[in-house]
Design a protein around this ligand. Structure first.
Ligand SMILES: [Zn+2]
Ligand SMILES: [Zn+2]
Length: 357
């Protein structure tokens, strides 16, 4: 019998189990990676709760598959690799590596145009049977994986934060921030804090963080926010208006995943402002779209994954400048995955929860 490992297996919404499964065997051009840490993402939680984005509804087919090991934010050590893969990725056994969450097909129109993060079959680790994720002792980096080395000097949970950080940096790139801009970031979870850190590098005139949680707002300050507003106590729209001679913010980055934050952004922006939406929502968002056209002529930009932002995210993590101990708040053993999911769901004591297989 082949050796086994512990792994979390998704059998469908609300049906995840810790099981003994076979340690996968890499084939030609692949690598076997010993997982050191795997973050629990808000999207993992939405998949767990059965959101239609993952399991489909009348308007869309299902994206997620069952009998899959979840986990797309990970770091690990190369345990086994052949010459072909070693050459392609420039890594050897013992190297510490991360891989981008998407494994591009390299054949569709998007991949051929270099827009790999929009790959049509969209094989993201942890959602498809072809690309099992990292909530296990070992995982496979398949041939088309996009692999990056990361220093062993950072803690495993911090290294795994490269995934959400790269996503946040991509959203920031979409915004094209200028140093005269008043920038508002909604939400100080792992994505929002990454957006703040990324936006701070662009040196906008004012960088404002919004959240309901003073503790998260304090971390936002450490990430580079120049002003924090607790929207539970203060009126963010009024404060921003006062700061901008009544005009409103130039750029709004949405990283909360709450429908109310979309309406808030449309209100807070000035005319001709820019709205960047990164979030994944559990339900449909209803707002007055005429604000986007008739009232303000806004630029409305989506953002997905972290294309071309991984080297910058890794450098930022390795630099030691981010308050990573305060962002990566909880590390739990793999067996406590349910507790981890519940913690992310409650959201009141944790920011980034990671599992350590
Ligand atoms: Zn994620
Ligand atoms: Zn493709």
């Amino acid at each position: 019998m082949s050796p086994t490992m512990k792994a979390v297996v998704c059998h469908g919404p609300m049906d995840y189990k810790l099981e003994d499964v076979e340690i996968p065997t890499p084939t030609k051009g692949e690598a076997l990676v010993r997982v050191e840490a795997v973050g629990i993402c808000a999207s993992d939680l939405k998949c767990y709760h059965g959101a239609s984005k993952f399991w489909g509804d009348a308007n869309r087919p299902a994206y997620a598959e069952t009998e899959v090991i979840p986990g797309h934010e990970f770091v690990g050590e190369i345990a086994q690799i052949d010459e072909e893969a070693s050459k392609r990725w420039g890594v050897v056994v013992g190297d510490r590596v991360v891989a981008e969450q998407i494994v591009p097909c390299e054949e569709c129109r998007y991949c051929k145009r270099g827009e790999y993060w929009m790959c049509a079959p969209h094989g993201i680790f942890g959602f498809k049977r072809k690309t099992p994720g990292a909530m296990a002792s070992y995982m496979i980096f398949s041939t088309h994986s996009r692999v990056h080395k990361i220093s062993k000097s950072v803690k495993p949970a911090h290294a795994a934060y490269a995934e959400p950080l790269s996503c946040a940096l991509h959203a920031v790139e979409r915004a094209k921030i200028k140093n005269t801009d008043v920038v508002v970031v909604a939400g100080c979870g792992p994505i929002g804090l990454g957006m703040i850190a990324g936006a701070a590098v662009k040196k906008p005139a004012i960088l404002i963080a919004l959240d309901l949680d003073d503790r998260k707002l304090a971390v936002a300050k450490e990430c580079g926010a120049t002003l924090t507003i607790n929207i539970g106590r203060e009126n963010a729209i009024e404060i921003v208006r006062e700061l901008t001679e009544g005009y409103g913010a130039d750029i709004y980055l949405e990283g909360t995943g709450h429908p109310s934050a979309v309406a808030q952004g449309l209100q807070i922006l000035r005319k001709l402002g820019t709205f960047v939406l990164y979030s994944v929502f559990k339900e449909d968002v209803t707002v007055d779209w005429s604000i986007i056209s008739d009232d303000k002529e806004l630029d409305l930009l989506g953002a997905h994954l972290g294309p071309h932002c991984w080297p910058a995210a890794i450098a930022m993590i390795e630099s030691g400048k981010l308050p990573l101990d305060k962002i990566c708040t909880h590390q739990l053993p793999l067996a406590d995955f349910q507790k981890g999911l519940d913690m992310v769901s409650a959201g009141n004591e944790s920011i980034k929860v990671s599992l350590i297989p």
